[in-house]
Design a protein around this ligand. Structure first.
Ligand SMILES: [Fe+2]
Ligand SMILES: [Fe+2]
Length: 162
């Protein structure tokens, strides 16, 4: 995977985390079989922190929950595959690496883009996690969609391993 402008959503911390996601994905792709599990563990730990970070922002602004549910689902898939890799099923580990890039492209393009757009619109400070003084969680409830296909017709949520 290669970082490109299309991934830039204008929130420095989010963009940096997404850059790292690509680096971890590439490191896992290049990993020798004997290092695969360790690289996968590092990737899963980073992904858990990546998703937690977005989940905290969403909670702070009372954002629709489907985005968090999508994070939970993907982490579950990654952890299940990790168990299989531990039992020497590298095939599924390699399959994960085929599925993750298109999933990530779509997720950044839809759910993360919708979240970034909204956070910028309400001037949410991702460093402090604080809403501006004139904003409130009640205002946040009026958010127009979370970027998932249920809330934004036309936004196609590609399914990982489905
Ligand atoms: Fe993200
Ligand atoms: Fe996300």
């Amino acid at each position: 995977m290669q970082w490109g402008e299309r991934y830039e959503l204008g929130i420095a911390r989010m963009d940096e985390t997404h850059r790292e996601f690509i680096e971890y994905c590439n490191a896992l792709t290049a990993a020798a079989p004997e290092n695969f599990l360790a690289c996968l563990d590092a990737f899963i730990a980073h992904t858990a922190a990546h998703f937690d970070q977005e989940n905290r922002w969403m909670e702070a602004v009372d954002f629709p929950a489907c985005h968090r549910a999508e994070h939970d689902r993907v982490l579950e898939v990654m952890r299940e595959i990790r168990q299989r890799v531990e039992k020497n099923d590298l095939f599924l580990g390699r399959r994960l690496l085929e599925e993750l890039p298109p999933w990530f492209d779509n997720h950044v393009d839809t759910m993360d883009a919708a979240l970034a757009f909204y956070l910028k619109e309400i001037s949410f400070d991702t460093e402090s996690g604080a809403l501006p003084a004139n904003q409130s969680a009640a205002h946040a409830r009026s958010a127009q969609g979370c970027g998932c296909s249920a809330h934004a017709p036309g936004a196609d949520t590609k399914k990982l391993f489905q």
